[in-house]
Design a protein around this ligand. Structure first.
Ligand code: SF4
Ligand code: SF4
Length: 189
């Protein structure tokens, strides 16, 4: 799920696969959280869309967040305490995001959650990097992060800005210490 839904490579991706706007059914637990700020933007765009749902801060949800922010495990736990709840994108029985229409995301780019707008990019150990995301055509076609950025119409500055905004929205101080990402991170939604 990402901002890049508008890019040609994403349209080609949608023609051949599930894209990053769909989780494998049963993996909904690892969907990223949607902050209050992000919720408000979505609601402002379409208050009756109903594409969000509450979810428990389960072990798999927390494990996934700790993998994303390996240098901020304690902060993640404080922000998302075990047994608490968070908001996330609702999914359909087939794992598709509730905002996904046949021709792509119904939300305008500026109303999409930061994680959607960032994917498949991330900041790891201070560097712009990308997830080794199975099924991401941009990852398959471009051999380098620079190539993926070009394919998806992004710049390193875009990625840094969005990542900083995401951290702020999720209650994680921007610029905190981070370690290298694990080799594999699941797709989005
Ligand atoms: S909100 Fe849903 S459909 Fe839109 S980009 Fe994110 S995951 Fe995809
Ligand atoms: S998985 Fe990759 S290529 Fe496919 S829609 Fe998402 S960002 Fe675009």
């Amino acid at each position: 799920m990402n901002q890049t839904k508008d890019a040609y490579v994403c349209a080609r991706c949608a023609a051949v696969g599930a894209t990053c706007c769909r989780l494998n059914p049963g993996q909904e637990d690892i969907c990223f959280p949607v902050s209050e700020l992000e919720r408000q933007r979505i609601v402002e765009y379409g208050p009756r869309l109903g594409g969000l749902t509450g979810a428990p801060n389960s072990k798999s949800f927390l494990d996934n967040l700790r993998r994303l922010f390996p240098g901020d495990r304690a902060l993640v736990t404080r922000r998302f305490p075990p047994h608490g709840e968070h908001l996330r994108l609702a999914t359909r029985p087939d794992g598709a995001c509730a905002f996904l229409a046949p021709d792509g995301c119904v939300l305008p780019r500026e109303a999409r959650p930061y994680y959607c707008r960032l994917f498949p990019f991330w900041i790891s150990a201070g560097a712009v990097t990308a997830f080794e995301a199975r099924g991401c055509l941009a990852c398959t076609e471009a051999r380098t992060v620079a190539g993926m950025l070009e394919l998806l119409g992004m710049t390193p500055a875009n990625v840094r800005e969005l990542h900083g905004r995401l951290r702020l929205a999720w209650g994680l101080v921007p610029g905190g210490p981070e370690e290298p990402l694990p080799a594999k991170v699941e797709n989005n939604a």
